[in-house]
Design a protein around this ligand. Structure first.
Ligand code: ATP
Ligand code: MG
Ligand code: MG
Length: 347
């Protein structure tokens, strides 16, 4: 059987490895951190920095195709790896999702709505951006933000100075605050033949910037459901995308607005493990391996609940709950804000 290389050894890499194993593939993990969650299930783990060319070559030599579980892979590593093995999803998908400014420009060019935005590198830019966009607004770092990190909210212009100081000189964008009625996401997949399959949109609730629950079905109209799926498909087709993508959307009375895209399996797609015959992890492996996709049909109403930090202490209570599937990531230390596992409750 073929071997799939995965950049990143966190919980997403772990669940991808489990899915790959079920389909008869081996996985090799490349991960700078020691004892990664995916290491417990992969055939091989290469522990090295992304600057270590020899290790990158060794990793590429052992695999047939390379995929990833996070989007912030350094460009130099991608350049080298791409010369050795196919990378799926492709570089364009990474370039677009690594930088919020490039991402929003790409989406607007496709005719998809985003929050009004402007690039901010200094105090002058910020003053101009506030004048153009208005407040309330959010200042976000263009790169490396996740779980709401690297973001400051501005209630009014008077918050500008402290907000800019919080960014510590990182290239940023100012986004108008969207008054949404709900947040949803579409988990979509595309394979090398151009087949596209979408899972039913899930409704997301965040707590302290971190995803708390995803529930399906989302409380949206049929028209919104269709719109969401068509928007996701448009993005995948434009990028000539191979793999699973998470597309985060805001629901507003004026229509759907794209918040951001993630070129990988997504936390808000974990419900598919209990709601679909082919879940997002199997779907991604199928796409990357050039297989036909599962159809994405949903067979149950599901609530996915993330277990963050000490939440794992509730484990024995959760184990007593009916219709509840438990997933733990095998992380030793339950630090605050750390994703330790999740449960899928069939409603
Ligand atoms: P993730 O962990 O999903 O990658 P992130 O750190 O990249 O998150 P965003 O998804 O941009 O950050 O923002 C986190 C959350 O903050 C959103 O899910 C949403 O609840 C809120 N948010 C972000 N941008 C806006 C906006 N323009 N208007 C209103 N709320 C917003
Ligand atoms: Mg993000
Ligand atoms: Mg997000």
């Amino acid at each position: 059987g073929a071997t799939i290389g995965i950049l990143g050894g966190g919980q997403l890499g772990r669940m991808l490895s489990v899915a790959a194993a079920r389909l008869g593939f081996k996985t090799h993990i490349f991960e700078p951190g020691a004892n990664p969650p995916a290491g417990h299930v992969a055939e091989r783990v290469i522990t090295a920095a992304y600057e270590d060319e020899e290790a990158l070559r060794r990793f590429a030599d052992g695999v047939d195709v390379i995929t990833y579980e996070f989007e912030n892979i350094p460009t130099s590593a991608l350049d080298l790896l791409e010369s050795l093995r196919p990378i799926r999803p492709n570089r364009k998908a990474l370039a677009v999702s690594q930088d919020r400014l490039v991402e929003k420009a790409f989406l607007n060019e496709l005719g998809l709505a985003t929050a009004p935005f402007a690039a901010v590198d200094d105090a002058t830019d910020l003053a101009e951006a506030i004048a153009e966009i208005g407040c309330p607004a959010i200042l976000k770092t263009r790169r490396f933000g996740y779980d709401g990190k690297g973001q400051v909210r501005l209630k009014s212009e008077s918050d500008a100075e402290t907000a800019l100081a919080d960014m510590a000189g990182a290239p940023s964008i100012l986004e108008r605050f969207v008054d949404f009625t709900a947040e949803i996401s579409v988990i979509a997949a595309r394979n090398p033949s151009g087949e596209v399959a979408c899972f039913d949109p899930g409704e997301n609730v965040h707590k302290s910037g971190i995803l708390h629950t995803t529930t399906v079905p989302a409380r949206i109209t049929e028209a919104q459901r269709t719109d969401a799926v068509l928007m996701a498909a448009k993005i995948l087709n434009k990028l000539d995308y191979i793999g699973v993508m998470g597309v985060e959307l805001f629901v507003t009375p004026k229509g759907l607005i794209v918040n951001e895209i993630a070129p990988r399996v997504h936390n808000s797609g974990h419900w598919t493990q209990a709601g679909c015959t082919v879940d997002q992890f199997e779907q991604h492996i199928r796409a990357v391996a050039g297989w036909s996709l599962g159809d994405g049909a949903r067979y149950a109403d599901v609530e996915m609940l993330n277990l963050i930090g000490d939440d794992v202490e509730k484990l024995q209570d959760l184990a007593k709950q009916p219709r509840t599937q438990i997933h733990l990531y095998g992380k030793s230390e339950a630090k605050p804000g750390r994703k330790m596992g999740h449960v899928n409750r069939v409603l």
